[in-house]
Design a protein around this ligand. Structure first.
Ligand code: DGJ
Length: 784
């Protein structure tokens, strides 16, 4: 709800749980007062104003009659340069007279309903507060939009408008700021690179400006457009934290400035590097939205508030809360070495395993036998598909699978028909050799002719074939920024117009093919952001399918992005990115937290693997809603970084699945315990998912388990290893959770001498999934 307290000149943007409060102060500036837990009343809200009584030494007061009102120290809604605020500005300009000073004051306000954004992705909201600010000298406006989005989060963005009769250069146009009194804050951000995306980095803020950004044309795997601020004592379950996520897919910038007077000033938006927009009279510039989140109950609550908001307001209505299919992808199974026969064999086996969709990855189009050619042409390769794609799709459908396809529409190969006919459609400079990544260049999406070409090509492809799922790849960053289009004002901020072109194309496809589930991919997670999720409800999280590496990637990703958007595949032994050997059960256990798929040659698996995967898929299907839409919690075992524990829980908080993953085997460990903070108080039954191991895990110990003797690695041993499923011990526990921080004791883990039917056997990278269900009637439930 949005309220305006006229007597106090205070706006309250309230959700049922939190309040965001701003004030039009005595100088008509928009002053930030409070963001946190809902206030019982607003009687003394103005006591939160921050005022100094005198100017220190070299400081500057706002005006002659405003002694002690120093903008540098005032938390605000819009920081500008030139009147004594020396912090990182949220917006900067060059007026026609070459001055750069800006001073925005309150002009008017409105309450809007169903506010949407032109040309950019946006969240569904009901009520929006629009506050119009005007510069004190020039007719230059900033329109601030703030909306309560869900029960917990709010969303903000700004529009800048030139109502003067001369052009104004916009040289920075961020979407929002948040100014907080510093509480020894720590920052957590998501950093990485290809195949190690979104790892958490946490550190204490020190005075100065700290910046995270991307200049790559995509949001990038180096830093995600996300930031989390927490008090030092905040944990997953307790304490205060704030976080912000930008709804944008290109170059972004986050500035976190800690002043020497203990103010934390945060700004977020499109990168101001290489940014100069000439706003003509009456032109406007709309900035992307930022989802703003606060929790006073720890990071897990913050996470689920984000997930809830994204699932309910950003994901396309058609795909919202829908079950995401289990996909088999042929990339790691075949790379470029496939034909129709091979793919059909994979599809046949996939059906037997319970898989629902086959995704035909890179290489299906004319001349594409390696990564040096053909991007841009999008014609089916007659050598691979003699009669075109449709007969193949029909065969796939006859088997009972749906069909998905890989495309990389933003790219062009030098070796392509498209490049021969339109060399100037590739992004390159007239006077320099273009840089090349993966033997390809990027198409100039700022050029409307390119967008028209892609719309037509993709429309043909998607409408001529029965396609239920599209994997949209993008495998290189932008360089040689230049458009060959003439009369274009796009040169000076090329990457922004590139993103607008992309959004135009995606909007068209989203509307033309609402039934197609799009998965975005950019060499894995080089463009995992809220902007892409508006058009494509899920993202290929990383090209790294190694389960252990995935723990950090998936955990970091889940701080902002819902499980329904995180696509994970069980891949082969050994892992192609890391050469690591991880038990197949653990590969599934970790991949199941999100959207499950498989990416290995399932036609070449042992009977052991086939049987196990069948069981995994049946289990996933039974619990799919929990894995894709359940409340996600990180339940770290205190003091033990060797262990990862995650859970997904239903809305009522009485039914959950918990992952228990051990990195390295620990000899003679203490009995392990898990803090079950994600469940409400009550009686519960815990049992494990039925899991198996191959006798290879046991090596020579097998002769202590079986009633007969086998030569390790001998003929019989190998036959048995490929067929025989050794069942892990079942673990069955009933317990009463009596308090919020109840610690559940797990069974003793296997170590050398000790083993009986209650022992939990966990090798290196071993893991279990536990199902915890309410036991209200006190009756022992059926074990299966
Ligand atoms: C990069 C993607 O991330 C992979 O999954 C695969 O689709 C390849 N591109 C295909 O070229």
């Amino acid at each position: 709800m949005i309220q305006y307290l006229k007597d106090k000149k205070v706006f309250i943007i309230g959700t049922p749980h939190y309040d965001y409060v701003i004030h039009i102060n005595e100088y008509n500036h928009l002053e930030f007062l409070y963001y946190g837990v809902k206030l019982p009343d607003y009687e003394h809200i103005l006591s939160m104003k921050k005022r100094y009584e005198f100017e220190g030494g070299n400081e500057v007061s706002y005006a002659k009659d405003a002694k002690g009102y120093m903008l540098q120290h005032i938390p605000k809604e819009l920081t500008t340069f030139g009147k004594g605020d020396f912090k990182e500005p949220t917006v900067t300009v060059e007026f026609q007279d070459e001055t750069t000073t800006l001073d925005f004051v309150f002009d008017s306000y409105e309450i809007l309903s169903d506010y949407t954004l032109k040309n950019l992705p946006y969240t569904d909201k009901q009520e929006t507060l629009l506050i119009k600010l005007k510069d004190t000298v020039y007719d230059f406006y900033a329109y601030l939009y703030i909306s309560p989005l869900t029960e917990n989060v709010i969303v903000k963005n700004i529009k800048y408008i030139n109502h003067t009769n001369q052009p104004i250069n916009l040289t920075r146009a961020h979407s929002m700021q948040l100014d907080l009194l510093n509480k020894e804050y720590h920052v957590t951000k998501l950093d990485g690179a290809w195949i190690r995306e979104r790892h958490q980095t946490t550190f204490k803020l020190v005075p100065g400006v700290f910046k995270i950004d991307s200049k790559k044309g995509v949001s990038s795997s180096n830093h995600n457009p996300f930031i989390l601020i927490k008090e030092p004592q905040t944990t997953y379950d307790y304490g205060s934290c704030y976080a912000m996520g930008l709804v944008y897919s290109g170059d972004f910038e986050i500035n976190a400035e800690l002043t020497n007077h203990n103010l934390l000033h945060l700004t977020m938006g499109i990168n101001s590097f290489n940014f100069k927009v000439a706003l003509k009279p009456n032109e406007e510039f709309i900035t992307p939205e930022v989802i703003l989140n606060y929790s006073n109950q720890g990071i897990n609550t913050l996470i689920n508030q984000f997930h809830d908001a994204i699932n309910n307001t950003l994901i396309s209505k058609y795909q919202r809360h829908k079950d995401r299919p289990i996909v088999i992808n042929n990339w790691e199974a075949t790379y470029f070495d496939f034909n129709e026969k091979k793919l059909l064999a994979i599809a046949k086996k996939a059906k037997k395993l319970g898989i629902e969709t086959i995704c035909l990855d890179d290489g299906w189009f004319k001349g594409r036998f390696d990564d040096t050619s053909s991007l841009g042409d999008w014609q089916v390769d007659p050598k691979r598909f003699k009669k075109g794609l449709s007969p193949f799709i029909k065969k796939v459908e006859k088997l009972g699978l749906s069909f998905g396809i890989w495309v990389e529409p933003e790219m062009i190969s030098e070796k392509s028909e498209l490049y021969r006919t339109h060399p100037n459609w590739a992004i390159k400079l007239p006077n320099r050799e273009p840089a090349i990544g993966r033997n390809q260049m990027v198409l100039d999406l700022t050029n409307d002719d390119v967008i028209t070409y892609l719309k037509e090509k993709l429309y043909q492809l998607f409408s001529a074939h029965n396609i239920s799922y599209v994997k949209w790849d993008m495998n290189r960053n932008l360089t040689d920024l230049h458009t060959s289009t003439t009369n274009s004002n796009k040169q000076s901020v090329f990457n922004y117009y590139y993103v607008l072109g992309l959004y135009k194309l995606l909007n068209y496809l989203k509307e033309a093919f609402p039934q197609i589930l799009f998965e975005s991919c950019s060499s894995g997670g080089n463009r995992f952001d809220l902007g892409m999720l508006y058009y494509m409800p899920q993202t290929w999280t990383s090209d790294n399918t190694d389960t252990y590496a995935r723990l950090a990637i998936q955990e970091g990703t889940s701080l902002l992005y819902p499980l329904s958007t995180i696509s994970n595949h069980v891949s082969s032994f050994v892992n192609h990115q890391t050469l690591r050997h991880i038990p197949i059960e653990s590969r599934f256990n970790v991949a199941s937290f999100g959207v499950l798929g498989y990416e290995l040659d399932i036609t070449k698996m042992t009977k052991f693997e086939t049987d196990i995967i069948k069981k995994q898929i049946a289990f996933y299907k039974k619990h799919r809603q929990l894995f894709q839409y359940g409340n996600y919690s990180i339940l770290k075992e205190s003091k033990n970084s060797n262990i990862t524990i995650w859970s997904v829980t239903n809305m009522l908080k009485d039914n959950s699945i918990m992952l228990y993953f051990q990195e390295k085997f620990e000899p003679n460990p203490a009995q392990r315990e898990v803090r079950i903070s994600h469940l409400k108080k009550g009686k519960y039954i815990l049992k494990n998912r039925e899991q198996f191991l191959t006798i290879r895990t046991l090596g020579s110990l097998v002769n202590h388990v079986l009633p007969f003797n086998l030569k390790v690695n001998g003929f019989l041993y190998n036959i048995l290893a490929n067929k025989y499923k050794q069942k892990h011990n079942d673990i069955y526990k009933r317990f009463s959770k009596t308090r919020y921080d109840y610690d559940l004791l797990l069974n003793h883990t296997f170590t050398s001498t000790g083993y009986n039917e209650h022992t939990m056997l966990l090798e290196d990278y071993g893991s279990r999934l536990f199902i915890i269900e309410g036991d209200d009637d006190g009756e022992r439930k059926n074990k299966n």
